[in-house]
Design a protein around this ligand. Structure first.
Ligand code: BG6
Length: 496
């Protein structure tokens, strides 16, 4: 087992981070715990400040306790010492404020930040996207936008191209593009970062990374959880907007893009956007062949009976909780090698993986070849992070040429001794450092919406049905048929 080389524990400069929506799920479940972890690793200088802002009436201590309770709930196996927490919590303050309201009294927030204009200031909007424009304007009006201040916007940026455009315009009136950090937390995941290294720092792959050698690519982000408490929000979104427009398209871009000249943020983002622009539009003519919508009904998860989506929502709805898409990238590299994307809630397991399936061998020496599995590369993003090459080998020993499909296995857990920081830990530090490479540029978000809008429109025109699937399964049967029509099947790992 190897120790990871030179861990990135270089302290950032002192900062003031203002989290709007501080009592919400994202802030308590992800942001504060991530900041605690970075603080514990000595990356956050003690002069830094974390100011939680929300409309709830409470004091500093009450907010700190809320944050600690949430930390314990979400990290039950992590021992946390009271003294250690107290020290971290001394950086945390709370301000009660309705930030959407320009006429509200912004005095307490001004006081909390007074005299710190020369520190790196970051505003994190853990709020509904419809509020981004108003809150940005209010920050400006309150005179809080210090020189070099940055703003962080959570996905989704809008619910379609038009709303994304409007949000980007409104925020852009206050903050320049290079101070806007649009989060897609998948870009902060260890294994997603590794995609670039794997593809471009190994000479083996580039010559075969194209439709001549690759039959197709599968990208699956399966979740075992349901919409649950988020059902009200989720119902306005659905799997296409919630997951495909951002996470899955970002993964697709990283797999499909041309080699960038360097790793400068704009060089990489320029390459990603070319992929988005090359996505063949889905129209009402081809939508039934290119997409499948599904919604979970009652079923079982983790051995327990769970309700269906409409029961959780308390209403009938035709929002999709599962989507599968055949995406074609119309460029020289990928013509003829489709990308099959699928994501869903309440599937049979939680896993994200990318399968690169290579073409069949040209000529089988031993038998007709039709039952020989193809070479596959399995990039497992979570959990059990790792990369496998699935190869046909000779089963050792006497008994003739018996073949076996075995993995050449790089399991992160076996190979490296490291804790994988939560994506938000990396992203928050990247904001303070001003590293835009892990964030989405305005044109990237808008290009992704343009393609997704086409699908939404086609679903509407075609009245594309939402197929039911039982919770705890692989999604509706139509998802298998999407590939079956092309003589392919989702790789389920069973043969590996
Ligand atoms: C979020 C979606 O962006 O990503 C959620 O809004 C989803 O619906 C989540 O559950 C999945 O993230 P992860 O890191 O658990 O794969």
């Amino acid at each position: 087992m190897q120790k990871s080389s030179s861990p990135q524990l270089i302290p950032v400069t002192a900062f003031d981070l203002v989290v709007f929506g501080a009592t919400g799920d994202l802030s308590l479940r992800k942001l504060i715990p991530s900041l605690f972890h970075r603080w514990r690793d000595n990356q956050i200088p003690p002069e830094s400040k974390i100011v939680g802002v929300s409309r709830s009436a409470m004091g500093d201590d009450e907010f700190r306790q809320l944050a600690l309770d949430s930390f314990r709930k979400h990290h039950p196996s992590e021992a946390i010492d009271d003294g250690e927490w107290r020290e971290f919590a001394s950086l945390v303050k709370y301000v009660e404020l309705d930030a959407v309201n320009a006429d509200a009294d912004w005095g307490a927030l001004k006081d909390a930040l007074a005299g710190c204009e020369d520190k790196q200031r970051v505003f994190y909007l853990a709020l509904a996207p419809g509020l981004y424009g108003a809150v940005s304007a209010n920050i400006d009006r309150a005179g809080l936008k210090s020189p070099g201040a940055r703003i962080v916007l959570e996905k989704p940026i809008g619910k379609d191209l038009e709303s994304a455009h409007e949000i980007n315009r409104a925020v852009g009136e206050v903050f320049s593009e290079d101070s806007i950090f649009r989060i897609d937390h998948y870009l902060g995941k260890e294994t997603v970062q590794n995609l670039i290294v794997l593809r471009f720092m190994n000479s083996l792959f580039e010559p075969v990374w194209n439709a001549h050698a690759i039959d197709h690519v599968e990208i699956t982000v399966a979740e075992s959880i349901g919409a649950g408490m988020r059902a009200d929000y989720y119902d306005t979104s659905g799997a296409l907007r919630d997951m495909v427009q951002n996470h899955l398209l970002q993964l697709l871009c990283l797999v499909a893009m041309e080699p960038p000249l360097d790793l400068e943020p704009d060089t990489v983002r320029d390459e990603k956007i070319k992929v988005l622009r090359a996505l063949r539009p889905v129209t009402s003519e081809n939508v039934r062949y290119a997409t499948v919508r599904g919604q979970y009904g009652p079923g079982a998860s983790g051995g327990e009976a769970v309700p269906g989506y409409s029961d959780e929502l308390g209403a009938q709805s035709d929002t999709e909780t599962f989507v599968a898409i055949k995406a074609n990238i119309d460029n020289w590299r990928w013509k003829g090698a489709p990308f099959y994307l699928r994501t869903g809630k309440r599937m049979n397991a939680r896993y994200s993986e990318i399968i690169i399936q290579f073409r069949d061998i040209a000529h089988a020496l031993m038998r007709d070849g039709s039952d020989l599995p193809p070479t596959r590369m399995v990039i497992r993003l979570q959990p059990d992070e790792g990369v496998k090459m699935l190869l046909v080998t000779k089963d050792p020993g006497p008994g003739g040429m018996r073949l076996r499909y075995v993995p050449l296995n790089l399991s992160y857990a076996d190979a490296f001794e490291a804790r994988y920081p939560d994506a938000y830990e990396r992203l928050l530090m990247a904001v303070v450092r001003g590293d835009l490479g892990l964030f989405m540029r305005r044109d990237e978000v808008e290009s992704a919406w343009k393609w997704v809008d086409g699908i939404l429109q086609a679903w509407q025109d075609d009245k594309t049905p939402v197929h039911p699937y039982a919770a705890g399964t692989e999604g509706p049967v139509q998802s298998a048929m999407l590939l079956d029509r092309d003589g392919r099947a989702w790789f389920d790992g069973k043969s590996a």
